[in-house]
Design a binder for this molecule. Sequence first.
Ligand code: ZN
Length: 369
Amino acid sequence: MNNYFIILAAGKGRRFSQNKPKQYFNYKGKLLIEHSIDKALQSKLFKKIIVVISKKNKKLQVKYKKKQIKFLFGGKERKDSSLKAIKAIKKLKPTNILIHDAARPNFSIKMLKNLIKHLKDNVAVIPYIKSKDSVKYKVGNKYLNLKRKDVNLTQTPQAFIFKNLYNLAIKQKEDITDEASLFINNNQNIKFILGEQKNIKITYFEDLKTTKNFFGIGFDIHRLIKNKKLYLGGIKIPFHSGLKGHSDGDVILHAIIDSILGAIRKKDIGTYFPNVKKFKNIKSTKMLKPILKNLVKSNFYINNLDINLICENPKVSKYRYRIIKSISKLTNLDKDLINLKGKTVEKLGLIGKEKAIACEVIISISKYD
Ligand code: ZN
């Protein structure tokens, strides 16, 4: 194992348009740059990891203060930083060298292993993906159509036999954006292997945004009384009693409403539907509607609903399908994303004596970009 890993993180990110370089922004719970360092460490494939940064970052340097990691300051352009690192490790006599842009945090350890494996029979191994977009190439004032199937988009990490790379790198004159270009400019053979779709390059600030999930919890309980119809999940259920309340007492819909309000941090059902005359005998489906409208208007969507209906009777199994179908229709959520569990209470208390029904709900929601 005579492998070395160079991580280039000295870039200023001109397309990023923020006041600090993107590698020092948070991405999925840690700094962008840390994803590459951590994965290289975890892989246990490298004798040394060289991290090229633009200026002192004390926090980072303290966090990764170990023999295996060396921090270097980069040059003016990417190629200068890369050359600096290549020169710096020459004395260590590396066999294989992998060069990686810190702006790609999503490569896999499997990819690292695959690259190194291919170095047994090749001097340069480059991961690529096919272009999904049509490509136009500008020559002078004219545009040429490039055949999409012939367009390879190259990624990093890229792997090289060190001495081959070194010999090309010290003679390089052109401005290159990756080391594969160096091999192409010098008519050297490259082994292209399939890269990873998820291994995107974080280029714009928007790329850093990941989907945010929120959870909400809802609970409700109503007494059962004679001479009232029972509504659960928006449908009428034949039963000896109905749920007492200012509304139709639909505990499932009330708990769903509170779970939504919880997830979007908008207080509780009583805030929107106080016990006033206006809402006397209101149908719970009518209460749910404006709450859902608000959810959609704020750019949220529901991921899933999990419902516990707590009662001795009626038996949930008998009405499960109909209740889920009704909730699906009301919320516009796929039936597969709604779960309804029936829970009895061993005949204990009011619920056990069929004098009340309770319900609890957990909801997960996400925000559209
Ligand atoms: Zn209620």
